[in-house]
Write a protein that binds this ligand. Structure first.
Ligand code: SF4
Length: 302
């Protein structure tokens, strides 16, 4: 992918923490044909940014993208952000070709995003995701999955509602458990309560909302947690870091601090049978509305 760096600057952060370097870039291609586990979910992924400023929050600890040298290029995860300022134009330039390619195999389905978050704090300044969604009003995919770890997606609720008339749109909000903190790890980008509230607002606007409990963290009160999700979402997807992190045995995540923090709360949460227990619990509370791992991300619920 050809890129041209236009300018770079640093944003201030809290004292004692690494600075955030933000750069504006132009990309040649913005649609990536899905590979790995994503192939079971969508035909393409789309990253409006390279890097993720949620990288130093809770979800960034176990984030598998932080281990991608192609993305980080040696930089510390969460300390850089490349803003793909021409993402909407790049989308419009290639969507006819990529739609034709995808439809020879199934549907033109876009996962936005798998290696960053579409609704980072910087989105309010740059509006890259917004510009892409506006471009999709003219050239909609068949299916769009908006995946976020935060609650700022509600800033785009009207645009999403409009787009939902043009394509099959699902908003995935990741809420890993009912706990805001894991021992020794940073806080989440948005509290559990804020993300549940965002899910409720999106659903009230008529959008299809899925809470993705991914990667699954130890849940303090499973029945209560799934009941809260049932009240604000159409479905829930449960995914463990084993299998879910793209490695068959969870080895990517085992290289991070996440398993140790999970074990401090509940050692049994490190096994895949913990996921199965949570799935069974969710199914008693949300029958027909529970998905598991990649199939769940693809919209298969039972
Ligand atoms: S929002 Fe997604 S890409 Fe960003 S740090 Fe969290 S898990 Fe990684």
């Amino acid at each position: 992918m050809a890129e041209r760096r236009e300018r770079a600057y640093s944003e201030g952060v809290a004292p004692g923490r690494p600075r955030l370097t933000v750069s504006e870039v132009q990309v040649g291609e913005i649609l990536t044909r899905a590979s790995g586990f994503l192939r079971a979910v969508s035909s393409h992924s789309l990253q409006p940014y390279r890097g993720c400023t949620f990288g130093r929050s809770l979800c960034g600890v176990g984030c598998y993208v932080r281990q991608s040298p192609w993305v980080t290029r040696g930089r510390e995860w969460g300390t850089f952000l490349e803003v793909r300022t021409n993402a909407a134009l790049a989308y419009l330039a290639s969507c006819a070709r990529e739609r034709a390619w995808a439809r020879r195999r199934g549907r033109f389905s876009i996962f936005l995003s798998s290696a960053t978050d579409p609704f980072l704090p910087q989105e309010s300044r740059y509006g890259v995701t917004r510009s892409v969604l506006e471009a999709m009003l003219d050239e909609p995919p068949d299916e769009l999955i908006l995946q976020t770890h935060g609650d700022r997606v509600i800033d785009a609720v009207a645009l999403c509602a409009e787009l939902a008339h043009r394509c099959d749109l699902r908003v995935h909000i990741s809420i890993e458990s009912d706990r805001d903190r894991l021992p020794g790890l940073p806080p989440p980008a948005a509290s559990v309560a804020a993300r549940l509230a965002a899910a409720g607002q999106l659903r009230a606007a008529g959008l299809k909302v899925v809470v993705t409990v991914a990667p699954l963290h130890p849940i303090a009160d499973p029945e209560g947690f799934f009941a809260r999700i049932a009240a604000v979402a159409d479905a829930v997807v449960i995914d463990h870091f084993i299998v879910g992190d793209g490695s068959p045995d969870g080895s990517r995540t085992r290289r991070t601090r996440l398993p140790e923090a999970m074990a401090a709360l509940d050692p049994s949460s490190l096994g895949l049978d913990y996921r199965d227990r949570m799935v069974a619990c969710a199914r008693t509370i949300m029958p027909g509305r529970v998905g598991v791992s990649a199939a769940g991300f693809a919209g298969v619920f039972a």
